[in-house]
Design a protein around this ligand. Sequence first.
Ligand code: JB3
Length: 209
Amino acid sequence: MADAVVIGGGGHAKVLIAVLRKLGWSIVGYTDRDDRGVILGAARLGSDDALAGVLAGHPGCAALVGVGKVDGSSLRLRLQRAAAAVGFETPVVVSPHSVVNEEVRLGAGTMVFDGVIVNSGAQTGDACILNTNATIEHDCILGDDVHVAPGATVSGGVRIGDHCMIGAGATVIHGVSICAGSVVGAGAVVVADVSEPGVYVGSPARRLS
Ligand code: JB3
């Protein structure tokens, strides 16, 4: 079994660790500035300063970002790139209880959780979260560090820029483009291109001033 360390010890880490276990990974532990206790059997190893020691003790270890994302920030991508820079593997994680069809490309560190469907021809950049029961339809192109929250539906041919967050249960209709750094609120329905970063809510989705 390959070793993995999880960066971050909160709710997202709990979801990630369960999927990693199903995939047969051996969880070395997690790093977090706070002690969040034992998470599904994984103990805190210390803050991120402890990562170098983890790699020394576990050559070839993977690092997965267990810090979630609820905004347009770039923290996840920065954490992943920093781990890769010191020699960690940052693999794609695909739940055995998801469906990934043909000619799909998933960037390094992208996580596909339970119930997700990624349809043919779709692609993501690095460090994306395709969260529980999200749907990414055919030929979508997602940038780096995009979080598609639980139950969200991204229809065919949609383009989503870096660092976006598509909220729980939101819908993006076919062919729409959403610019980098945008946040689509839970349950929003995006029916037109989003060309100005901001927070978009409602149906049809409108930018919060
Ligand atoms: O909505 C869903 C299904 N999931 C949400 C997820 C996508 O985002 C979840 O409900 C939360 O809203 C959020 O999950 P997350 O990030 O696990 O939230 P929280 O439970 O607050 O835990 C974040 C943890 O990350 C905290 O313990 C922080 O101390 C830690 N953290 C923050 N910055 C960090 C860093 N840990 C490390 N190792 N390094 C950091 O830079």
